[in-house]
Design a protein around this ligand. Structure first.
Ligand code: PLP
Length: 366
């Protein structure tokens, strides 16, 4: 970053291009375009497939705001689908039921870093002629049957937000399987202009440019890309550290029937971005909110991923969703708590969390 600041080239330039090339090679994808958020990446991906007003996109309810809001940018409809009861990933059976003649795409979210049932999702997309855009905001690095997540669909979007598995402050990456998508995304990410600033102002370039479309201002800076290159180099090591914490948690909660630990399918490798447990609130005197407050009193921060979209006022009132329409996500939501998981966490920290959880549970049996 200091080199970038001294170079005088602060915005999109050589570091961004190096970050894109390194990222594409790392996950084994033909095209990577760095942008300033995963939300921007999702917006550009939907633009690239030509989403239009009145179209429908199948989206999980168990996700963050970004996955569905980008569909609304096009006056298209996000059609929410319930999750699988074990992984909390989008349920392929629910996807098939949600498909109509207006459906254009599916956006599977690899929840908590655990890959979705991509074999079934890709089979559906082929059968119904739909595009698949992976929301891989949690899933760097994750593998599905040995293949890197982000290379499974037509397009994929990663996040380098402060809380994600690698971070550039704010940032994102779009992965495209085809050169046609990649060219469109590159052009639309910077004002719909035919050449980027680096080519325009560098010695070899020229002053001439053409506006081909009313595009967006979604380019990544070289300052962020310098951070990203260093972070990417540590990506496997950071995952390994999170995986070790997940194993300590799995062992520590094995004998605790009030805690349901995250499910892991065969032939996948999760990125372990989150460690969401489910509390058996029906066996306890306390609810989830009290549990979180008691953890807080012990100086342990937790969160909830996520409040399903169908329970939020906008989606409830716009599309008249009811909790009963999404039985798995609605039931999971009442019980979900994400425990701390991050690379700098020590084994001792993880054992402290386990003790706190066990202590709170054993003093609050019904
Ligand atoms: C964080 C997140 C995003 C958005 O990422 P930004 O880089 O903050 O725009 C999208 N989808 C999911 C599932 C996320 O968790």
């Amino acid at each position: 970053m200091v080199d970038v600041l001294r170079s005088g080239w602060l915005t999109t330039g050589p570091k961004v291009h190096a970050f894109e090339d390194t990222f594409a090679k790392y996950i084994g994808a033909p095209h990577a375009i760095a942008v300033n958020s995963c939300t921007a990446a999702l917006h550009l991906a939907l633009d690239a497939i030509g989403l239009s007003e009145g179209d429908e996109v199948v989206v999980p309810t168990m996700t963050f705001a970004a996955t569905a809001e980008v569909v609304r940018y096009f006056k298209a409809r996000p059609v929410l689908v319930d999750c699988e009861p074990d992984t909390l990933n989008i349920d392929p059976t629910g996807i098939e039921r949600a498909i109509t003649p207006r459906t254009r795409a599916i956006i599977p979210v690899h929840y908590a870093g655990h890959p979705c049932a991509m074999d079934r999702i890709l089979a559906l997309s082929r059968h119904y002629g739909l595009r698949v855009i992976e929301d891989a905001a949690h899933a760097l690095p994750a593998r599905y049957h040995g293949q890197m997540v982000g290379t499974l669909g037509d397009l994929a979007c990663f996040s380098f937000y402060a809380t994600k598995t690698i971070c550039t402050g704010e940032g994102g990456m779009v992965i495209a399987a085809s050169g046609e998508y990649a060219d469109r995304i590159r052009m639309m990410s910077l004002h719909g202009i035919s050449k980027d600033a680096w080519k325009r102002y560098s010695a070899e370039g020229s002053w001439y440019y053409e506006i081909l479309n009313p595009g967006f201002k979604y380019n990544m800076t070289d300052i962020a890309a310098a951070l990203g290159l260093v972070q990417l180099g540590k990506c496997e090591q950071l995952r390994e550290a999170r995986y070790r914490i997940a194993q300590i948690y799995d062992d520590g909660f094995r004998e605790v029937p009030e805690i349901l630990t995250p499910a892991v399918c065969a032939n996948v490798e999760s990125a372990w971005h989150l460690y969401p447990i489910r509390l058996a609130v029906d066996r306890l005197k306390i609810g989830r909110a009290e549990f979180i407050a008691m953890m807080r009193e012990r100086n342990i921060g937790t969160s909830v991923h996520f409040i399903p979209l169908h329970l939020h006022p906008y989606y409830r009132s716009t599309y008249h969703y009811r909790a009963e329409d999404f039985p798995n996500a609605s039931a999971a939501y009442e019980r979900l708590v994400s425990l701390p998981i991050y690379p700098a966490m020590t084994a001792e920290d993880a054992h402290d969390v386990i003790s706190a959880v066990r202590d709170i549970i054993s003093s609050n049996y019904l």
